[in-house]
Design a binder for this molecule. Structure first.
Ligand SMILES: [Cu+2]
Length: 371
């Protein structure tokens, strides 16, 4: 159990454990419990004789509760209650075990559940905003698609198939698993909230009807990304101004695109290229060798598993990259200066942020010098 000094609230703390060739890994989840205490709940103990829970509390810095102090008993009435009691994370979703049997017509309906996730920033700062897990540095939550829901043979466990689940600081689930009237003690309504810290994903869970294997790249743990990005960042190699360079403006559009799909420069011409990003997610602009679009794009996709990716601006380590901007955050812009290739031809450009390049690309046409 966990008691909140600030909110006078309480939580069930659930553990999940990996102990295999990769090593030991504990991960936890909290389930908010119904009701609150009159003061900042500090200590709770189950009495060895009557088995009831006794909680003491006091108000102090950061308590948002009514009374200066409290000493309260949480008395078990014998009524059945429904609450999550265990979980295990897999590459393709999460299994949650409940105290009481599930109603398959409700729990097995994927539309009765909701999943979202977010990350915190590990840093020397106090606290952290909640950031998108897919677009680092962008505040917000990412909803996760629940592809299917299955009540397992034990009648108490639910598997939520979530193909896009990745290691995240916070996975929030809201689940409905029984009829409202099934439990006389139903203080929070029939919905169950659960907040999981996902450090690791086990091999895919396969014991449900309709399981389909799916290739998946596991993203690097968000903490490792934060640690890597605290290391020194190298300045953009193309940040130095070139006098007399031709200004080219590239803007991002919605739905992963550049509004300019093609532009033309002369061989050996100096270019001042500005990428401006009015979109809501981060993008970059990467110029590559002729014919190297797919190669560099695929290297970009693989960077999802590289802890250095953010510090490297999602630029793959490849001699096929000719020039690039940094990752440009939503609402920002950046100008780089480079000299166009000496050999005329069609040079692809793309965004190497994982998953973007297939649609987010274009061509810089290089014509004969002086043409
Ligand atoms: Cu992009």
């Amino acid at each position: 159990m966990h008691f909140s000094f600030g909110a006078g609230a309480w939580f069930a703390v659930l553990g999940d454990e990996f102990d295999d060739e990769v090593g030991d890994q504990l991960q936890g989840a909290v389930v908010p419990l119904a009701g609150d205490f009159l003061s900042g709940a500090h200590r709770g103990r189950f009495h060895p004789l009557d088995g009831q829970l006794y909680v003491s509390g006091m108000s102090g810095w950061g308590s948002y509760t009514r009374d200066d102090g409290c000493f309260q008993r949480v008395r078990y009435t014998g009524d059945a209650i429904q609450v999550p009691v265990g979980f295990h994370t897999h590459e393709n979703g999460i299994r949650i075990t409940f105290a009481a049997p599930l109603d398959a017509s409700i729990a097995g309906d994927r539309t009765r559940h909701f999943a979202q996730c977010w990350n915190y920033r590990y840093s020397g700062g106090y606290g952290s905003p909640e950031y998108s897990s897919t677009h680092r540095g962008t505040p917000g939550h990412d909803p996760l698609r629940i592809q299917s829901a299955h009540v397992l043979d034990d009648g108490h466990s639910l598997f939520l198939e979530i193909p896009d689940l990745q290691p995240v600081n916070q996975l929030h689930l809201r689940m409905h698993v029984n009829k409202e009237e099934s439990f006389s003690c139903n203080p929070a309504g029939s919905g169950h909230d659960m907040f999981v810290t996902v450090h690791r994903l086990d091999i895919p869970f396969t014991e449900f009807a309709g399981y389909q294997p799916r290739e998946k790249q596991i993203a690097v743990h968000p903490l490792l990304v934060d640690l890597a990005s605290m290391a020194d960042r190298t300045p953009n190699p193309w940040h130095r101004k070139i006098a007399g360079s031709r200004e080219i403006q590239i803007e991002t559009g919605s739905n992963l695109s550049y509004t300019t799909g093609q532009f033309t420069v002369r061989a050996n011409e100096a270019v001042a290229l500005t990428l401006s990003n009015p979109d809501v997610v981060p993008h970059n602009w990467v110029l590559v060798q002729r014919g190297a679009l797919q190669h560099v794009g695929e290297l970009g996709n693989q960077m999802i598993a590289n802890p250095q990716a953010f510090a490297q601006q999602y630029i793959p380590d490849s001699d096929q990259v000719l020039a690039h901007t940094d990752i440009v955050a939503p609402g920002q812009e950046q100008t780089i200066y480079f000299v166009a290739p000496a050999t005329p031809g069609r040079y692809p450009f793309l965004c190497t942020f994982p998953g973007h390049w297939m649609v987010m690309n274009g061509v810089m046409v290089v014509t004969e010098e002086g043409s």
